[in-house]
Write a protein of this length. Structure first.
Length: 403
């Protein structure tokens, strides 16, 4: 008995699978000829021609020119139509919201940054979010309704059982129990929320140092210390979304902190967070310790220390590596990951020098032997991860030709 449309193995489903394979190849390789698409997908020339005609009629691919200048006769080249859909991402911190819009190929077409100073924001969170998004949409020459999906990255995580933001008491205005409903009412597209460090891990997994790895830990140190856990190729978020909140981790070398969520502090944050670096530098006699926001100061100190082969600067980097490895030892002992990615400006500023020191210390402190690497996604990694997340869901919907 013949199956109905939508049943696995039916012509419609097989066509949709071939369509998606071709679209993914075009995203990966850029413009391709009909013959090249046929070879890469294993389809015959007539079938590849029908596929491209179908995708062109659906507004998903378009002709972009010919393959002139190459050996053999010229051929028409096809590419994914970048205007087929748009996705947006937001990176939220206590001081600003950074927004971007990308077309379906992943190219950023509009960006905007909204400063949000003060513990009591003058504008509501809903207004801040819509203003930041609208700024990026306007920069892209689009309308808000053109955005297919939005992913918002914040510190902490929204508890899936209550809808309230947890582990981020320092983010003013974001803790109302009605916030998610208010944002859903104000925005015309589906909105998803993700922890900021999880989004950095997603960016590294798709674009950076963790490509091809299904089990890894990403350690982040910028304004706060956190981690993302990828197990079996998937983000592990935990029951309340708090997996990876390692700043609260009790570690040797700091007092035991009780009621850590009320104190917004913990052992590992106090030991190896960016706020610990200026004090440690002064204790070790590092000259000319700068002033300013602690994460900027820490980044500067680590970058300077990485350039010194000896003296107090190198002592600072060694001490910092030991502190980082102390917390990492607990993580890798439990998870036994294949890879640890060091990310965030305070870590990446140390480059290969700091990475090697942390690797050596970790091998002394833990039985597990993961490989340490420095993250590759350096420019706005939270925002890039938000865009990648929004684009993945958008492509799954827009590229589905079985409906």
């Amino acid at each position: 008995m013949a199956g109905t449309a939508g049943t696995p193995g039916t012509p419609r489903v097989l066509r949709a699978m071939n369509d998606r394979a071709a679209l993914d190849l075009l995203l990966e390789h850029g413009p391709l000829s009909r013959t090249r698409i046929g070879k890469l997908t294993g389809l015959s020339k007539p079938t590849a021609s029908q596929l491209l005609a179908r995708l062109e009629a659906a507004g998903l691919v378009r002709l972009t020119g010919t393959s002139e200048g190459r050996p053999g006769p010229s051929a028409q080249l096809y590419a994914v139509d970048p205007t087929a859909a748009y996705a947006a991402g937001l990176d939220v911190t206590p001081h600003r919201i950074r927004a971007a819009v990308a077309d379906i190929t992943g190219r950023t077409v509009g960006e905007h940054e909204l400063h949000t100073p003060g513990r009591r924001p003058a504008r509501s969170v809903v207004q801040q979010v819509t203003d930041a998004l609208d700024g990026a949409v306007k920069a892209a020459g689009l309308a808000r309704s053109d955005v297919h999906r939005l992913v918002i990255g914040t510190p902490g995580a929204f508890d899936p059982t209550t809808g309230r933001l947890r582990y981020a008491s320092h983010l003013p205005g974001w803790h109302s129990p009605a916030l998610l409903d208010d944002l859903a009412a104000a925005l015309p597209m589906p909105v998803e929320y993700e922890n900021d460090v999880n989004l950095v891990a997603l960016a590294e997994q798709r674009l950076g140092a963790a490509r091809g790895h299904d089990d890894f830990v990403l350690l982040w140190n910028e304004e706060g210390l956190g981690a993302a856990l990828v197990l079996g190729g998937r983000l592990h978020r935990g029951w309340t979304g708090g997996a990876g909140e390692v700043g609260f981790l009790p570690v040797p070398g700091t007092p035991l902190v009780r009621q850590v969520t009320k104190a917004n502090s913990g052992g590992y944050q106090e030991l190896a967070g960016s706020q610990a670096l200026p004090r440690l530098a002064r204790e070790l006699g590092v000259p000319d310790v700068p002033s300013g926001p602690h994460h900027d100061v820490a980044t500067t100190l680590v970058a300077r220390a990485a350039d010194h082969a000896s003296g107090p600067h190198r002592e600072l980097l060694q001490a910092y590596a030991t502190r980082l490895a102390t917390g990492l030892a607990s993580l890798v002992s439990v998870l036994d990951p294949e890879l640890v990615v060091l990310s965030g400006s305070t870590l990446t500023a140390g480059g290969e020098v700091l990475r090697a020191l942390v690797q050596a210390e970790l091998e002394e402190l833990a039985a597990a032997r993961p490989r340490l690497v420095v993250g590759d996604v350096r420019e706005h990694p939270v925002l890039r991860g938000a865009l990648e997340s929004a684009l993945a869901a958008t492509r799954d919907e827009v590229f589905d030709t079985s409906r």
